[in-house]
Write a protein that binds this ligand. Structure first.
Ligand SMILES: NC(=O)C1=CN([C@@H]2O[C@H](COP(=O)(O)OP(=O)(O)OC[C@H]3O[C@@H](n4cnc5c(N)ncnc54)[C@H](O)[C@@H]3O)[C@@H](O)[C@H]2O)[C@H](O)CC1
Ligand code: K
Length: 499
């Protein structure tokens, strides 16, 4: 997993690298400027593109000056540099790069107040403020940021959008540059994965500046980014002499008269993800649809006052998709919660039942997996104003109840009982359709049934679910199409050793 660090830790990595590699901070700044410019010129290869570089007077601004020189030296002919001289403070690296700018005869314009004349560059490079942000942006900086957010130019931010806070609660009223592209140094910043950053970061790219990998990996951090290689390490190839019993038996407790579709999607996902056997515990009306659509799935019919008699024959149980919320289904879930000896995956209506009966949280088998979206989370654990707050609560609740909480959003947070927050990078807006959650639940319970540890089942299910969705060749990805792709995408991720 990729260790995600705070801005303070990244600064420590800076100085560690500077002393270890016997370089100066101006050398590191030059490396950063070159790495930024490489990505930038790929994005804007036209050398006549008009580019205005707005520089603060710290090292973010210093980067901006070095980037201006790099662009000039690479033949970009329409470069202008504007320095936000709102304070008489300037970093030594900024001053050094200001001198070097003269070598390429770019004469910067100084902005000393808030009368910004018209800006008609096609691209603005935002090098005003970086990770040195230490307080909310006010005064001339705020006015300049608001001015730049209004002009038609594309904005490319250096390291982070100016005014953006890299970790902790994101204040929706803060003045932050709305960047079309953020080229960040070495690591994505933790808040890049929080929904509130959407306005400031349309997309981001990583510029490797050679910080000491060992040092970065050795830093203590809750936040980890799941990478393909992590998933490849967890996935097990299937042995030649295996049979359906080798891959477990998953039980899906789902569906009601009007919402059988969720049960079908969840059950099929469990089967397509590789469970040896899948049984769906469904209402009588659902049987015909189940058999017609997915003949591989066995059924237990939930007649009136149904109770579980042989839960022990299942390696993993998922409950909730389309289950409906009635006296009958509450009794059913209570029966399951009290009787099950295996980790449960609790989703949708079963989560809503939990939120009315929080005492059940402690009764769930250890390492059971909750898969709430934002609203289900707040119903369970109270209203939250920020996602940072939600993740803090999720860490607390996961530890208190020995649970895994899969807090779904564009970058799903998988919160482990030990406080680790594994962030899933896969997925796409094409997946924002009803039924996606049902599929995810089926995938997670399938990996549980196959004998994967609960934390690994949550990671595999979430990563591969998003991977299937983001690789679907369509404007939207119908969940019933996604499930058909699961086996092919798992083997694609595993590469040649999938068999
Ligand atoms: N390893 C790396 O990522 C590298 C990053 N580099 C660049 O350095 C900046 C961080 O530079 P720093 O000098 O620490 O601060 P900033 O330039 O971000 O800010 C300048 C200065 O502004 C003052 N300030 C803080 N908050 C505010 C505010 N709200 N309003 C006004 N002024 C504010 C404060 O005094 C800051 O010092 C990083 O982002 C990268 O761009 C290195 O160049 C290479 C390695
Ligand atoms: K910036």
């Amino acid at each position: 997993m990729l260790n995600l660090l705070t801005s303070t830790q990244i600064r420590q990595a800076d100085s560690h690298t500077i002393s270890k590699d016997q370089i100066s901070s101006i050398d590191l700044m030059e490396t950063a400027a070159v790495a930024f410019t490489d990505i930038f010129t790929n994005q804007y290869p036209q050398k006549s593109t008009s580019i205005s570089i707005y520089c603060g007077t710290g090292n973010n601004g210093g980067d901006g000056l070095a980037i201006a020189r790099q662009l000039k030296q690479r033949g970009y002919s329409a470069i202008s540099v504007k320095i936000a001289r709102f304070t008489d403070k300037a970093s030594p690296e900024f001053d050094a790069n200001l001198k070097r700018l003269a070598e390429v005869d770019v004469a910067p314009v100084e902005i000393k107040n808030d009368n910004f004349e018209g800006e008609n560059a096609v691209v603005v490079i935002d090098a005003l403020l970086g990770t040195g942000l230490s307080r909310p942006v006010e005064g001339y900086y705020r006015a300049l940021i608001e001015f730049l957010n209004k002009i038609p130019a594309k904005i490319v931010s250096v390291d982070i959008p100016s005014g953006f806070c890299c970790e902790d609660h994101i204040d929706p009223k803060a003045a932050v540059i709305h960047s079309d592209l953020t080229i960040t140094f070495q690591l994505p910043k933790i808040n890049f994965f929080f929904p509130e950053s959407g306005a400031a970061i349309n997309r981001f790219e990583i510029a490797d500046i050679g910080l000491d990998e060992e040092f970065l990996a050795g830093q203590d951090s809750h936040f980890k980014l799941i990478r393909r290689e992590d998933v490849q390490k967890i996935l097990r190839p299937r042995k030649q002499f295996s049979h359906k019993g080798t891959f477990g038996h998953g039980l899906i407790v789902a569906g009601s008269d009007q919402t059988m579709g969720a049960a079908l999607l969840c059950a099929e996902a469990c089967m397509q993800t590789g469970a040896g056997l899948t049984t769906a515990c469904i209402p009588p009306q659902g049987l015909a649809g189940l058999n017609a659509r997915i003949p591989e799935i066995m059924a237990i019919i939930r007649e009136r006052s149904f109770t579980f008699t042989d839960l022990e024959k299942y390696n993993a149980i998922a409950a909730g998709p389309g289950l409906g919320y009635s006296e009958e289904t509450v009794k059913l879930i209570k029966d399951m919660v009290l009787k099950s000896q295996v980790p449960l995956v609790i989703d949708a209506d079963a989560l809503n039942m939990l939120s009315q009966r929080l005492e059940w949280l402690k009764k769930l088998p250890d390492y059971s997996i909750l898969t709430p979206h934002m609203k289900e989370f707040d119903r369970l654990f109270g209203q939250h104003n920020t996602w940072w707050g939600r993740v803090e609560t999720a860490k607390k609740k996961a530890a208190e109840n020995q649970l895994i909480i899969v807090l779904k959003n564009r970058y799903t947070f998988i919160v482990m009982p030990d406080g680790k927050v594994c962030i899933n990078p896969t997925g796409s807006p094409s997946m924002s359709t009803g039924g996606m959650g049902d599929v995810l639940t089926g995938m997670i319970v399938s990996f549980l049934a196959q004998g994967y540890e609960p934390k690994d089942a949550a990671i595999l299910g979430t990563y591969i679910h998003g991977y299937c969705g983001e690789n679907y060749p369509g404007y939207i990805c119908p969940p019933s199409a996604l499930v058909k792709n699961i086996p092919i995408k798992i083997s694609e991720i595993m590469g040649e050793n999938w068999l």
